[in-house]
Structures are given as C-alpha cells and as structure tokens.
Design a binder for this molecule. Structure first.
Ligand code: SIN
Length: 300
C-alpha cells in the first residue's frame, strides 16, 4: 500500500509506530499547510480522516493540491467537519446560494464583469459572523482562474491577539462586538439586505475575543460585519475596531494564497480572517470557485 493512499487504520500501523498518512508542508510562517498525494474523490476514512481534522486544527488552513471533485463529493468532504450550511440570505438580486455554490466574477450571462455583484469578498471578514452560529469553515475549489492574480489572503487572529500588549488585552476582555449584515452591506457598497434577510439575521453581539473550542486559544473576532462595540460610543468603537484590524492584518500575520488549478482550500473561520484580492483584470478573465460552508457553534 502506498504511503499516501486512502486506507483504513491498520494500513498506517508500522510496528508500534504510527506513520502519518497525510503529507503536509507549511505554506507560510503565519498559517496554513499544503497537502499533496491525496485524491479527495475517494472516501476519507480511518486515520486519514483524523489526520485531516488534526492538521486543520494545527494549521487553520489546508490546501489540497490537484483535486477535481464534483458538488456531491465537495458536500460529503465538508460534512466530515460538521453540518453543511444552507444559506438563507439573498444576494441582493433575490437569488440565494445553494449549499454548494460558486463564487464568480461572472454576470447572469456568464460574462466577466469588472465590478462583481458580491464585492464584499474583497474586505477582511470571517464568514457568517453576523449569524448567532457563524461558520466553522469555508471550502473553495478552483474551477476557473485568471492567468495571473485573483489571490485570496488569510490573516491569523490567534497570533494577532497573542501579539497585543497586555493592557490592550485587558481592555478587550469581556467586550462584545455587534456583527451586522446590514452594516456590512452599507460599509462595502453592496446591495442592501431585504427586510426578510434582516429578520432572518438580525444584528448579533459576539465576544470581540473568542476562545477556539478545540485549541482553547484566544483570537480576535472582527472584520467587515463588525458594526460597533456594545456599551461604547459608536465612533470610539469603530476607531478601536479599525486599529485592531490594522494590527491583525500586518504582513507577518498574513498568508496570500496564489491559486493553482485543482486547489481545494479550506480554512477555519473561528480564528482566521480572509479576503479576495482584486489583483487581476476582472472585466476580462473568468474566476470561478466552488464553495461550501460548514456551520459552527456560538462563539464564546
Ligand atoms: C470568500 O470570501 O468566501 C471567497 C474569497 C475569494 O473569492 O477568494
């Protein structure tokens, strides 16, 4: 049996020593690892599954190279991590995402547009933080890419929190930040949410510093949905949120993913921010990524 093949537990057992099935290589000093030698079109079972879950915990972002899986497999793979999200909020044109959907720069006729309909992806955020139970992870698979650019950036909120001075940590302790879909749409110049959308996702207060349920580590929980800080004058809260975002997205906390055909990237929304980078000719080249989101629990 080849070292990296998908297989049940016993196949990795060499005497008493367990040999790792998963071949991971860190992709930056900040976060993330690349995984090679796996074919996700095959079932993920036994040790492989637990190693993927452990690597996800360790690196917060995994990039599986050379994948070509269909919607059903993408759904099944995402389900290993938890419940796949069924999106309730409309995109502004009345349409809603399916559980597995695409992120594109294409219009309804399939032509590239210079200003994509959903432009909020271009601001630092953590997926679904405007919900009471925000996203645990998001998974993207590259289907069509521009010849150059169209990158995605990720920032490590655990490292960013750890690097704050002690007096700032004390100041943030116990603060709650209101996360709002309506605020985000206004802030990013996107289509306003409908009344139904607002009713389905009213603003919610989450801890500004959350504790990761698996690692027990604290991280900043901020980004484009962060409207204001509870109990603080709006302007002061926004200024503090802006300062924290500037701190947390310094280059040494950031990994820039330069997409390759066949990349499948999944990341932990509980401790990372991300944003798409508008570094390609959007009106000329197609960029299509298959996407699925896994629901998490309430942040604490
Ligand atoms: C997202 O924000 O979920 C998508 C990011 C991207 O398009 O690179």
């Amino acid at each position: 049996m080849a070292k990296h093949a998908v297989g049940p537990l016993a196949e990795n057992d060499v005497g008493n020593a367990m040999v790792s099935v998963l071949k991971t290589t860190p992709v930056s000093d900040a976060l993330g690892a690349e995984v090679t030698g796996q074919d996700l079109s095959r079932p993920v079972v036994g040790t492989l599954k637990s190693e993927i879950l452990q690597s996800f915990r360790d690196h917060h972002l995994l990039c599986f190279r050379d994948q070509h899986i269909d919607q059903e497999r993408m759904y099944d793979f995402a389900s290993l991590f938890g419940e796949v999200e069924n999106h309730k909020i409309s995109l502004g044109d009345g349409s809603k995402w399916g559980a597995v959907h695409t992120i594109t720069n294409l219009d309804a006729d399939g032509n590239p547009v210079a200003k994509p309909f959903v432009n909020s992806n271009y601001f630092w955020h953590t997926d679904k933080s405007f919900l009471a139970t925000p996203a645990l992870l998001t998974m993207l698979q590259a289907l069509e890419l521009p010849p150059k650019g169209g990158d995605t950036q990720f920032a490590d909120m655990t490292k960013a929190y750890a690097a704050l001075p002690a007096d700032m940590k004390r100041r943030l302790d116990g603060l709650k930040v209101v996360q709002s879909l309506e605020y985000m749409r206004r802030f990013t110049g996107s289509a306003p949410p409908t009344e139904d959308d607002i009713a389905a996702a009213p603003p919610v207060a989450h801890p500004l510093v959350r504790t990761h349920p698996d690692t027990g580590l604290k991280s900043l929980y901020i980004g484009m949905y962060s409207s204001h800080i509870v109990g603080m004058p709006e302007a002061d809260g926004r200024a503090l949120l802006g300062d924290l975002l500037d701190h947390a997205t310094q280059p040494h906390f950031v990994y820039t993913h330069v997409w390759r055909q066949g990349d499948l990237v999944l990341w932990d929304n509980r401790c990372l921010l991300h944003k798409a980078v508008a570094n390609y000719e959007m009106g000329k080249y197609r960029r299509v990524l298959m996407r699925v989101v896994v629901r998490g629990g309430a942040p604490h």
